[in-house]
Design a protein around this ligand. Sequence first.
Ligand code: RP5
Length: 162
Amino acid sequence: MKKVGIVMGSDSDLPIIKKATDMLKSLDIPFEVHIYSAHRTPEEARSFALSARENGFGAIIAAAGMAAHLAGAIAANTTLPVIGIPCKSSNLDGLDALLSTVMMPTGIPVATVAIDGGGNAALLAAQIIAVEDKELAARLDTKRAADAAKVLKKDADVMSQL
Ligand code: RP5
């Protein structure tokens, strides 16, 4: 199975990445995590992106806050799908990172999830890899059904709490 590459701009983004790695583990998807910054270690970020396809990755998650250029910088150097997580790490509550990540110019796409959306970033990466992996697609179907069952249980319980 293809691996998911996860890159974060700083170790301060780790709580968001943990949500993604927990999700990938629950789906039995291999991953690799790195701290590479678009600003502080641009050469390492570039080199990771350039070699990602030949190194067995099928999708890359890039998480960064503030003037968040990491996902775009990674996407500039690979045609693998790149999923950006804007992280809430400044006085602007993540709106700065959201706009920096989502507003990519035509030619270099970044699929951007919600601010701090580590779980959905992992699920989107899983869905990309599942295009060519029927067993993973079945695990995703099972998870969807289990999530729906939890909501229906809450629906059944809600009147008794009110
Ligand atoms: C970004 O700047 C990082 O992704 C992080 O979200 C933010 C702050 O980084 P630190 O100053 O906490 O290292 O590049």
